[in-house]
Design a protein around this ligand. Structure first.
Ligand code: ZN
Ligand code: ZN
Ligand code: FE
Length: 747
């Protein structure tokens, strides 16, 4: 019995080929709980065979365990692949979607039935999670079910020696899905004509909505400033950077700096969007002044075919949605909502069953750091040390994803988004239903955040009330820490440093610069940054200058001449007075110690920036500003909380002679030095030396690399998130682990 990701990744044909190579008879059976191989042979051969399974398995396969036993069998006269047997209540993994493989790319020009066929695929590539409706992964359980295979495809599908043997989405020019383009009253069919139309439109500065693997994308020429600006306006998108698809790796190298790990991530079958440092400028409004680009390579046949035809080496390829709504998957909605944006919609006649955005990753310290976990990653589980069976973790509020426990595995949903958006909340509930049915999951207990107003908390409360199931609440930053513990299977007590934007604390304040000692079960708060007022509550998140004023007010007092600071001279006088008065009287000014807010404040002072137009804009600009190397940092004091008073005093002095890059670097270094100093203090008092780092602020590459460096130089063992995001997209995994530990179920 072979367990792991072994379905829908060309595993059975691979076993078959291997058996043929060995001249062995027997069978391979797909079951919902894994793949069983029966071999008629001696022990030594079987062992060699198992070694080859591990060594030669297809790229997207992920073997977790191979269990062998000797058994009496009937006589096999050949080696066969036996149809799936449905074993209730047990499951195996569902493969994420796999980018077009090299062989299929070559077939686009060589296979007579598939010349320029834009849905070409084989057992090693093609859509998986996005088309699967039920397990096991067989064609009848996918949205390919409505396409009858032609004789040729059927012959390949049934030919054991063929690369398309049991490739569930197998199709060709005469039997598979097709694209259709609509532009006003014009309808274009035939992929060559469609691509010519798209290419012409993009060359002329236009844009196109196109159905991709997990939802619709919007595209335009990434070198045409007018086109990019126009798309931004039409989409009513703030200044958030657009992702860019490059023609090939050479084109990426021309516009971005890459290293070996980064190129490997770009070229991997997961084909994520990778955050890279920009080398040569694209249209300026692609990245809105940041020095980074979200780069990806073609992953669908149609992308490759487009670049063959078009002159541009780079296109904007962004989610097809309206502002904060989920990416559109339905053709009808695309027609309604995206046609007005682009005037041209390209769709295909196969349904997307599971929505999946493009995943976003970054290489930090030589390792993958996930920012958005979706296509290519979901629904690959995280293996846990102990059982989490039956636990449903609802996640947080922003960048939500939820998580379900099946035995020792945590199945995390794809990126859902911010639940405050009505359409996103609908998507959340729909995905909970889809996941439950796909993985045959019935919850036996529920776990949520402590925040009373999170929609996920309300959802959990209603579910618990309706079903009578128990509900556990986990503190936000404890859950962040537990997500790292789950990934690395850490037991016992560890030091946790959580640098985050927000999160509900047990004292009713907003937390987010947490130094804790934690076990998976509970936490103890050790220290945190000083609390600051957030004048206007959420308004202080949208307007970072308010946080700058609040930090300075708290360390310099109300008597300080704030007008002497450049930032505040750009603020309308009445507004500045009002906010100062709010701070003086503590009106509508909840307390926060979120590290994200301190980044906001410093960024506002430096840039200066008064309004944040997208999530984490101010911290991203601050990181982007660092382009020098210095070890310098500002002084700080560790009292019962961490005082940033001296730092703010010195920053005020430094901005007189502005070297933004240097100040920004010194600020980042200060935060890393604080992390080191507090960890040393905790180690001295407790003897603990394992440190977990998590929270959205650690998506900052400079900060995380600096912290990793300082901590490991000082003999700490440091653990970070690699399988799930460090931001709130990873919270549900931590919730799940904590609930499992508190329940005390062990295997
Ligand atoms: Zn292929
Ligand atoms: Zn066919
Ligand atoms: Fe968080």
């Amino acid at each position: 019995m072979i367990r792991g990701l072994v379905q829908g990744v060309g595993f059975r044909p691979f076993i078959h080929r291997l058996a043929c190579m060995y001249c062995l008879t027997g069978e391979v059976v797909n079951r919902t709980d894994g793949v069983t191989v029966v071999l008629q042979c001696d022990l030594a051969t079987a062992e060699k065979f198992m070694g080859d399974i591990r060594a030669l398995a297809p790229a997207a396969a992920n073997i977790k365990s191979i269990e062998a036993r000797i058994t009496e069998i009937r006589r096999y006269s050949d080696f066969t692949i036996t149809p799936s047997r449905n074993i209730e209540e047990t499951i195996t993994e569902v493969s994420p979607d796999i980018a077009l493989c090299g062989e299929c790319l070559a077939d686009l020009a060589a296979d007579p039935a598939r010349i320029d066929y834009p849905f070409i695929n084989c057992t090693n590539c093609g859509p998986r999670f996005t088309i699967i409706q039920a397990l096991p992964y067989d064609r009848a359980n996918t949205t390919m079910d409505s396409f009858a295979m032609c004789h040729r495809c059927a012959a390949e599908y049934n030919d054991i020696s063929d690369r398309r043997f049991h490739a569930q989405p197998v199709a060709c020019n005469s039997c598979g899905p097709v694209y259709t383009l609509r532009a006003g009253d014009k309808v274009v069919t035939g992929i060559t004509d469609i691509l010519r139309f798209i290419s012409g439109r993009l060359d002329a500065g236009g844009s196109v909505a196109i159905k991709s693997t997990g939802g619709y994308n919007l595209m335009c020429d990434a070198l045409n400033e007018e086109a990019v600006t126009l798309l931004r306006q039409r989409k009513q998108r703030d200044l958030k950077p657009f992702a860019v698809m490059f023609r090939d790796i050479d084109a990426v190298r021309e516009y971005c700096f890459t290293d070996r790990e980064e190129e490997a991530a770009l070229l991997s079958w997961r084909r994520p969007i990778l955050i890279l440092r920009q080398r040569r400028e694209l249209a300026p409004s692609v990245s809105s002044g940041l020095n980074t680009v979200g780069a990806m390579l073609p992953h669908m046949p149609v992308h490759h075919m487009f670049f063959r035809l078009s002159g541009t080496p780079a296109i904007v390829l962004t989610s097809g949605n309206l502002s904060d709504e989920p990416i559109i998957t339905c053709d009808h909605h695309a027609e309604r909502d995206l046609m007005p944006v682009t005037g041209c919609v390209v769709s295909y006649n196969r349904e997307i069953c599971n929505r999946a955005d493009d995943s976003v990753v970054r290489i930090i310290g030589g390792n993958i750091s996930l920012i958005r976990r979706s296509r290519g990653y979901a629904p690959q589980p995280v293996d846990l040390e102990s059982s989490a069976e039956g636990i449903f973790a609802v996640g947080a509020e922003q960048k939500n994803s939820f998580c379900i426990g099946k035995n020792n595995q945590a199945f995390m949903s794809q990126y859902i988004g911010d639940l405050k958006n009505v359409a996103t909340y609908d998507y959340y509930q729909e995905t909970v239903r889809l996941f439950s049915s796909l993985f045959r999951f019935t919850p036996s207990s529920i776990v949520c955040d402590m925040h009373p107003d999170y929609l996920s908390t309300r959802f959990a409360e209603e579910l618990a009330e309706g079903t009578g199931l128990s509900l556990t609440r986990v503190q936000h930053h404890h859950a962040h820490a537990a997500s790292v513990m789950a990934e690395h299977r850490l037991a016992g007590r560890v030091i946790a440093v959580i640098m985050d934007g927000t999160g509900y604390g047990t004292d009713g304040n907003t937390w987010g610069s947490e130094f804790m000692t934690v076990t998976a079960r509970d936490f103890e708060r050790y220290t945190h940054f000083d609390y600051f007022m957030m004048p206007g509550g959420d308004a202080a998140v949208d307007e970072p200058w308010r946080m700058a004023l609040s930090c300075l007010y708290s360390y310099l007092g109300g008597g300080y001449d704030f007008r002497s600071v450049k930032l505040f001279r750009t603020i309308e006088e009445r507004k500045l007075d009002t906010v100062t008065a709010m701070l003086a009287q503590g009106i509508n000014s909840p307390l926060t110690c979120g590290a994200g807010r301190v980044f906001d404040a410093v960024s506002a002072l430096l840039m200066p920036c008064t309004r944040s137009s997208f999530d984490s804009e101010a911290p991203m600009r601050l990181e982007s500003a660092v382009c020098c190397t210095t070890e310098d940092y500002y002084p700080f004091t560790l009292n019962s909380t961490v005082s940033l008073s001296e730092m703010f005093h010195e920053i005020l002095r430094d901005i007189e002679k502005p070297d933004i890059s240097l100040i920004s670097a010194k600020f980042h270094n200060t935060i890393a030095q604080i992390i080191l100093a507090v960890c040393i203090k905790i180690r001295r008092e407790t003897g603990l030396k394992d440190v977990v780092l998590s929270g959205g602020v650690f998506q900052n590459r400079y900060l995380l690399e600096k912290s990793l460096y300082l901590l490991s130089m000082n003999k700490f063992m440091v653990y970070t998130n690699h399988q799930v995001p460090a931001n709130d997209g990873g919270i549900s995994l931590g919730q799940l682990l904590t609930a499992a530990e508190r329940r005390g179920v062990c295997v």
